[in-house]
Design a protein around this ligand. Structure first.
Ligand code: KG4
Ligand code: ZN
Length: 341
C-alpha cells in the first residue's frame, strides 16, 4: 500500500510551520519560520503582529515543505491544520490556507488540537509508541497531564491551576532581564548556577491531585529579585535561574510519575516546548530508569511548535475518516476533550 501523505500546517502562536509526514511517522519535511526576531523588540508576542507575519510567511513555508519533501500536490492525501487553542488571528491564517488547499485539491480537511499535536510528536519520535500512556504536555500556555487510552481517546487528568510552566519560564527570564524567548535563555544561564542555592516553593507537591500551580513560584522569584535590588545586593542570576528551573522540573516530574503510577501505564511521554529543556529531559530519563518506565521525549525540534506533529496527529484522524467541513472555524480556547469526544 502506498504511504498516506499528510500536509500539516501550524500557525497557532509565533511559529509559521508546514510539514509533510508519511503514515503519521516519518517527517519528509519540517519547515518552521520563527517570528522570534520580529517580537523580540516588544519583549513578547504581539498577537496582531503575529497574524500579519503568518500571512506573509505561510505560502513560502508551505511551498518549502512541499519541495523539501520532493512531492507534488497531487500526491497529498489530506491537509491537517491546528484549529486551536492559540491566538485567534494567527489560527485563522493557517485555517484559511488549509481550507483553500482542501477545496482546490479536492482532499479532506482535518482539524487538529494543538495539545493533541504535541502528544503525537511522540509517535514521530517513537514509531513503536503504544497505548495506554500518560503524557505531560508543557508549553507556553499549558501544563497538561493527559491519559491516552487509544487514538482519539484522551482525557485530561491534571492541569495548571494558574500559570503554565512555559509562561513561568518566560516571566522569570523577563525579571532576570535575560530577554525573549525566556525558556532557552533561563536554561542556558542555569547551567552556570547552583540549583540548591535559593530555596523556592514547590506548590502542590504533596497534593494527591495531578494539578500544578506555578504562580507562587513566579511571585517568589519576583519578590526575591526585587528585595535584592532594593537592598542594593548583587543578585546571582545564574543561581536564581538554576534554582527556579529545579523547582519547576521537580514538580513536573513528581506529578508525571505519580500519574503514571496511579494509571498503571508503562509509557510516559514528555512533550511541548518546555520539553526541549535539558534538565527536565534528564530528570525524567533518570526517574524512568529507576522505575522501569519507558520514557519517550521527542527531539527538541518536535517539542517546540512545528507542523510535523500536526500532520502526525492528522494522519490518525485521516485513518478514522474524521474530516472537518470547509465551514470549520478557529477556536482560541479549544480544549482537548471537546475535540476528541
Ligand atoms: O509548545 P511551544 O513551542 O508553544 C506553545 O504551544 O506555547 O512552547 C513554548 C514555550 C515557551 O514558554 C518557551 O519559553 C518554552 O516553551 N521553552 C522552554 C525551552 N524551550 C522552549 N522552556 C524551558 N527550556 C527550554 N529549553
Ligand atoms: Zn505548542
Amino acid at each position: 500500500m502506498n504511504s498516506a501523505l499528510i500536509l500539516g500546517i501550524e500557525t497557532s502562536c509565533d511559529e509559521t510551520a508546514a510539514s509533510v509526514v508519511a503514515d503519521g511517522r516519518t517527517a519528509l519535511s519540517n519547515v518552521v519560520a520563527s517570528q522570534v526576531e520580529i517580537h523580540r523588540r516588544f519583549g513578547g508576542i504581539v498577537p496582531e503582529v503575529a497574524s500579519r507575519s503568518h500571512i506573509e510567511t505561510l505560502n513560502p513555508v508551505i511551498n518549502a515543505a512541499m519541495s523539501d519533501a520532493g512531492i507534488g500536490w497531487s500526491e497529498i492525501h489530506a491537509v491537517a491544520v491546528t484549529q486551536g487553542p492559540g491566538l485567534l488571528g494567527s489560527l485563522l491564517v493557517g485555517l484559511m490556507a488549509a481550507k483553500s488547499l482542501s477545496f482546490a485539491l479536492g482532499i479532506p480537511l482535518i482539524a487538529v488540537d494543538h495539545i493533541e499535536a504535541h502528544i503525537y510528536a511522540g509517535f514521530l519520535e517513537e514509531p513503536e509508541m503504544s497505548f495506554p500512556f500518560v503524557a505531560m504536555v508543557v508549553s507556553g500556555g499549558h501544563t497538561d497531564l493527559v491519559y491516552a487510552a487509544g487514538h482519539g481517546r484522551f482525557s485530561l487528568i491534571g492541569q495548571t491551576r494558574d500559570d503554565a510552566a512555559g509562561e513561568c519560564f518566560d516571566k522569570v527570564a523577563r525579571v532576570l532581564e535575560l530577554g525573549y524567548p525566556g525558556g532557552p535563555l533561563v536554561e542556558r544561564l542555569a547551567l552556570e548556577g547552583d540549583p540548591a542555592a535559593i530555596s523556592l516553593p514547590r506548590a502542590l507537591l504533596e497534593d494527591e491531585a495531578f494539578d500544578t500551580s506555578f504562580s507562587g513560584l513566579k511571585t517568589a522569584v519576583v519578590n526575591y529579585v526585587n528585595r535584592a535590588r532594593q537592598k542594593g545586593e548583587i543578585l546571582n542570576r545564574a543561581d536564581m535561574a538554576a534554582s527556579f528551573q529545579a523547582a519547576v522540573v521537580d514538580v513536573l516530574a513528581a506529578k508525571a510519575f505519580a500519574a503514571a503510577s496511579r494509571y498503571g501505564v508503562e509509557t510516559l511521554l514528555l512533550a511541548g516546548g518546555v520539553a526541549a529543556n535539558g534538565a527536565l529531559r534528564k530528570l525524567f530519563a533518570q526517574q524512568a530508569a529507576l522505575r522501569n518506565i519507558r520514557f519517550v521525549v521527542p527531539r527538541p525540534a518536535f517539542c517546540t511548535d512545528n507542523a510535523a506533529m500536526v500532520a502526525a496527529a492528522g494522519y490518525y484522524r485521516y485513518m478514522r475518516g474524521d474530516f472537518a467541513p470547509l465551514t470549520l472555524n478557529a477556536s482560541a480556547d479549544l480544549t482537548l476533550e471537546s475535540l476528541l469526544s
